[in-house]
Design a protein around this ligand. Structure first.
Ligand code: PAF
Length: 280
């Protein structure tokens, strides 16, 4: 039976204290709601690791830019509860903005160089906003393990860095990207896509497949492959970045290796699309 907690964190903290006394480990899946199978896979991973699993649902204003979709970001708390419960979430918590950003709050987290590249260039508020809310959530939930999807690989790398830099005793677990049957990476924003958009949106996964084929056929020159892939990019999909990066510090890679990741960011009629994968 899943427990739903709306608003203030204290009932959740009290419930977790009891579980901790009983020797339970706590797994945490922070989300912005609009749950899909990708989120459910994170909840299942936490359950499979034997954790009492907390899911938070909070659309974090601090990670949206002034012209982004904060106001129209899809919210459906009842449906999210059903999906979180079906995947095995034990506590589903819906903090309000005033619970996480009280009027007298002043302090925020400023991540380092990992946040200045890829998504961080066109969305400078994004990773500081994410780190700030994730640190608040971590301190309230105090999980043993926290689960994040590799679809947001840069986010995962930055959170790992933050956990190390602030000596947090949390094991950050990265989980594979879950895809729709046509290959599109699952995202809450996919629901904005029309039938016609969808084919264009598939450019991202098709570009990853093309890079993988080229690598398998012996291509090792990142610049040459980047030029080739960029030339094939459709005009109606605004390319933000197409970069080959090594997996730890996300530095640019010149000589391609199996673990090199291709990172893609784009805007389709203002809808944010990202994807990434290792090319080997
Ligand atoms: O990945 C997300 O959904 C968000 O960035 C997160 C980690 C819940 C922070 O708001």
């Amino acid at each position: 039976m899943s427990q739903r907690i709306d608003g203030h964190p204290y009932p959740m903290i009290q419930a977790l204290e009891q579980y901790r006394r009983e020797g339970q480990t706590i797994g945490f899946v922070p989300t912005m709601g609009c749950l899909h199978r990708g989120h459910q896979a994170l909840i299942e991973a936490s359950r499979n690791d034997g954790n009492l699993t907390v899911v938070s649902v909070f659309v974090n204003p601090a990670q949206f830019g002034p012209n982004e979709d904060f106001d129209k970001y899809p919210r459906d708390n009842d449906r999210d509860y059903e999906l979180a419960a079906a995947a095995g979430g034990d506590i589903v918590w819906y903090p309000d903005v005033a619970d996480l950003y009280p009027a007298d709050a002043q302090t925020s987290v400023r991540p380092g160089a990992l946040a200045d590249k890829l998504c961080g260039i066109s969305r400078p508020q994004f990773f500081p906003g994410i780190c700030t809310v994730v640190l608040k959530l971590f301190n309230l939930v105090r999980p043993h393990q926290a689960y994040f999807g590799e679809k947001d690989y840069q986010q995962l790398a930055i959170i790992r860095r933050m956990v190390a830099d602030f000596y947090l005793e949390i094991d950050v677990v990265g989980c594979q990207t879950v895809r729709e049957t046509d290959g599109l990476a699952m995202s809450s924003r996919n629901r904005y896509l029309t039938e016609a958009d969808r084919d264009t949106a598939l450019t991202l996964v098709r570009t990853i497949e093309a890079a993988r084929r080229a690598f398998a056929e012996g291509e090792r020159n990142a610049a040459a492959l980047k030029t080739h892939l960029t030339k094939a990019w459709p005009k109606d999909l605004e390319l933000d970045y197409l970069d080959f990066r090594e997996p730890d510090f996300l530095e640019e890679e010149h000589q391609l290796k199996a673990e090199t990741r291709l990172f893609l960011g784009a805007w389709l009629r203002g809808i944010r699309l990202i994807d990434n994968a290792a090319i080997g």
